[in-house]
Write a protein that binds this ligand. Structure first.
Ligand code: SF4
Ligand code: SF4
Length: 384
């Protein structure tokens, strides 16, 4: 084995979305129904339990935004515009494969966008309680999850048994533990895993399940252990360390992460929904009430749409203690009010409590701010 062997040995080197697409196509050809999802709150265990496969529909390309702006306001989050534009143009390969779609009432833009796409696919919108620690919130969310289960059963003329859900919960837990173990390799100095590899692992794990996925993730843990034991470092010891938090990232907004690379720094953690966040939790197994167990775990996901979102602060404390970054970059997509306002608390936590440098970046999917971003990121790293 070479010191730094690619983690995936297939035809999709550097194309994690194509790998994910191939995974969904393979499952569909085997007879699985494809359920599109826009968010980490989608309880995918139900999709797996009916023998289906989830497809992630959030898009990060600037290309379809002009089309979206023919219908949607220009001052909307680019993630929503990009996802909607692809649907209008019929060029999102993931959406084209879906048999049904699930949405959650997270932010206003997404919630209202769902009303515009329901003509294309059977759609179930789950009403997500946004004060997760209030009395009755978990019970309410459990009702939404039960509604989603009924929707799947009716749409696909199937029955999702409690045993199948329990099995799917156990598989999710195993998968999530392994993804967490893989991301924890970022803690080593020098690091033995790149952000591109973390992103590849997260993208793969979102649409993959079962024994084959567990075996692949175990193989990746073994490869990273080999790197660690044999000095297969992916960054210089002197490289400044960066943790990325905030909105989901991908496609054209990876420009920010690439600029960090260009400055000679190394990204040691991806904390958002396209990184560790969807995998950093476990569902209680064998509780006798699997829907309740799913409801409890999903309401613990620390998205800025929640208030209070104390889970995100606790999570950042843990991540900073583990990864020891020199700089935390809080990446906010333009017009994402929840993450933008929450940045005030995140900055205070990171600077004052965790004594770590902090940079908030508000950006979209265009290339127009590249020069300005390069200067700001370079200066923040210099001061870290
Ligand atoms: S950031 Fe929030 S709304 Fe967006 S995918 Fe994650 S959990 Fe869902
Ligand atoms: S980035 Fe913010 S505004 Fe955009 S879809 Fe996610 S939560 Fe909504």
């Amino acid at each position: 084995m070479n010191l730094i062997t690619p983690l995936f040995h297939d035809d999709f080197a550097d194309f994690p979305l194509k790998r994910a697409l191939a995974q969904v196509v393979k499952k569909r050809e085997q007879g699985a129904k494809v359920v599109g999802a826009y968010c980490s709150y989608a309880p995918v265990e139900l999709v797996w339990a009916m023998g289906g496969v989830p497809a992630v529909l959030c898009a990060f390309s600037n290309a379809p935004i002009a089309k979206a702006e023919e219908t949607l306001p220009a001052n909307l989050c680019p993630l929503i515009k990009s996802s909607f534009g692809f649907i209008e143009l019929k060029t999102c390969p993931f959406f084209e494969l879906t048999d049904a779609v699930v949405g959650e009432t997270t932010c206003d833009g997404k919630k209202k966008m769902f009303e515009l796409i329901e003509k294309h696919r059977p759609l179930y919108v789950m009403d997500l309680p946004q004060c997760p620690t209030n009395e009755g919130a978990v019970e309410y969310w459990k009702h939404s999850i039960a509604g989603f289960k009924k929707f799947l059963e009716k749409s696909f003329d199937t029955t999702i048994t409690g045993d199948a859900i329990e099995l799917s919960i156990a598989e999710s837990n195993r998968k999530n533990s392994l993804v967490e173990e893989i991301f924890a390799f970022g803690a080593h100095r020098p690091s033995v895993i790149t952000w591109q590899e973390m992103y590849e692992v997260a993208t793969y794990a979102m649409v993959s399940g079962g024994g084959e996925t567990v075996a692949k993730l175990e193989e990746i843990v073994a490869m990273l252990t080999f790197r660690l034991e044999n000095g297969g470092y992916t960054a210089k010891e002197s490289a400044k360390r960066v943790l990325i938090t905030g909105c989901p990232v991908g496609g054209d907004v990876l420009k920010v992460l690439k600029l960090v690379d260009e400055e000679g720094a190394t990204i040691v953690g991806l904390d958002s929904c396209t990184g560790l966040k969807p995998f950093a939790g476990r569902i209680e197994e064998g509780s006798g009430d699997p829907l309740q167990a799913i409801a409890k775990r999903y309401l613990e996901i620390p998205c800025a749409c929640m208030t209070p979102n104390t889970g995100r602060m606790e999570n950042l404390r843990r991540q900073v203690a583990l990864l020891k970054p020199d700089l935390v970059i809080d990446l906010v997509l333009q017009s994402c009010h929840t993450y933008n306002v929450e940045a005030v608390k995140v900055e205070s936590l990171v600077r004052n409590d965790l004594a770590t440098n902090y940079l908030k970046v508000v950006t979209d999917f265009s290339a127009q701010d590249l020069g300005q971003l390069k200067t700001r990121i370079g200066a923040a790293l210099e001061m870290s």
